[in-house]
Design a protein around this ligand. Structure first.
Ligand code: MTE
Length: 326
């Protein structure tokens, strides 16, 4: 089917998943860290000071962001991924079909950003970034991140739980689903260079309202101690740690509360591969990737693509499994 061929980077063989730029940036990060006097023993598990070093070097166009760590989410059970890696290995199809879109993504215009929230709510609102930061206390949460392509990272997000927004807009009883829409302007976000027919832009994702109300569902406005760089979905994106990464739409401009399940980007393109629910599940193979294990994009001095067993719900089952009984 033609549609499947328009997903080249998700289809690349595992041996090709690490582009040279990742190796290059890892070496650059290690060189920078060594020059800054960080002992090699500290490198595998990056602490706060390591984060700020990598941030200073890499996060152009971002600003420091104050946030208190949420004590429930300070340890993801794995070392934090170096920012040098996380910020150079991205999926943002509006800016291209490879992992190396970070430079192209700098074209995203983030000034005067507004997020319109409406549909089946008592209090429709349009927030700007200041409103969001003022209304919803920002906290830091370290979450495991799992892509459907079977790679995984650990990322320190800053932002606020989605349920705070629910409390502000008050969905009506008829609201059962939520659609999240990403920024799209064909002049700015040309998409991948492999257009075969039209992709269903803008990028949209959806949740059941109970999923959005779960404490883990998060809006990120920052990462690694500063505002989000554009390639991560500035200035605000979704983070749903128990689901595959494609559920976390970037650069959100609109949130709509609906009675019916919305159509979403990947699910519309290839429903057999990208389900609406998309919970991380080691026992449910993707047609092109086993999900039994995952590759940790790791931070050790040696380049390693260590594999670990995939955890059901990405290890967050205790908090979310009850959403899926029945
Ligand atoms: N959001 C938009 N708007 N466009 C995208 O292409 N890619 C998704 C998700 N959100 C995507 C998106 C996928 S497939 C993944 S794995 C994550 O973003 C990657 O997030 P990261 O690049 O910040 O690690």
């Amino acid at each position: 089917m033609v549609l499947i061929r328009i997903l080249p980077s998700w289809a690349i063989p595992e041996r090709e998943v690490t582009p040279p730029s990742v190796y290059y940036n890892r070496r650059r990060f290690l060189k920078g860290a060594i020059a800054a006097g960080i002992g090699a023993t500290l490198l595998p598990t990056l602490g706060c000071q390591d984060r700020s070093i990598s941030s200073a070097k890499l996060a152009s166009g971002t600003k420091p962001l104050e946030a208190s760590p949420n004590p429930q989410f300070t340890d993801a059970g794995r070392p934090l991924t170096a920012e040098a890696i996380a910020s150079r290995y991205n999926n943002f199809y509006e800016f291209g079909g490879t992992k190396s879109i970070w430079q192209a993504a700098q074209a995203l215009p983030t000034e005067n950003w507004k997020v319109e929230v409406g549909g089946l709510v008592k209090n429709p609102r349009t927030y700007d970034l200041d409103d969001l930061r003022r209304k919803f206390p920002q906290e830091e949460r370290i979450y495991r991140f799992r892509c459907v392509e079977a790679w995984a990272m650990v990322v320190p997000w800053i932002g606020f739980p989605m349920r705070s927004l629910l409390a502000d807009v008050e969905p009506t009883d008829r609201a059962k689903f939520v659609r999240f829409t990403s920024y799209y302007d064909s002049q700015v976000t040309p998409g991948p260079g492999f257009h075969l027919g039209s992709l269903p832009w803008p990028y949209t994702e959806g949740l059941r309202i109970e999923e959005m109300a779960n404490d883990l569902a998060f809006f990120a406005t920052g990462i690694y101690g500063h505002t989000l760089p554009k390639q991560h979905g500035a200035p605000i994106r979704m983070v749903i740690p128990w689901k595959y990464g494609f559920k976390g739409a970037k650069s959100i401009v609109k949130i709509e509360f609906l009675a019916e399940r919305p159509a979403t980007f990947w699910n519309t393109l290839v429903p057999s591969e990208y389900g609406f629910e998309a919970n991380v599940n080691p026992n449910k193979p993707h047609p092109r990737w086993s999900q039994a294990t995952e590759r940790i994009v790791s931070d050790g001095p040696a380049i390693s693509w260590e594999r670990q067993p995939t955890l059901p719900y990405n290890g967050y089952g205790e908090s979310v499994a009850a959403l899926y009984t029945g």
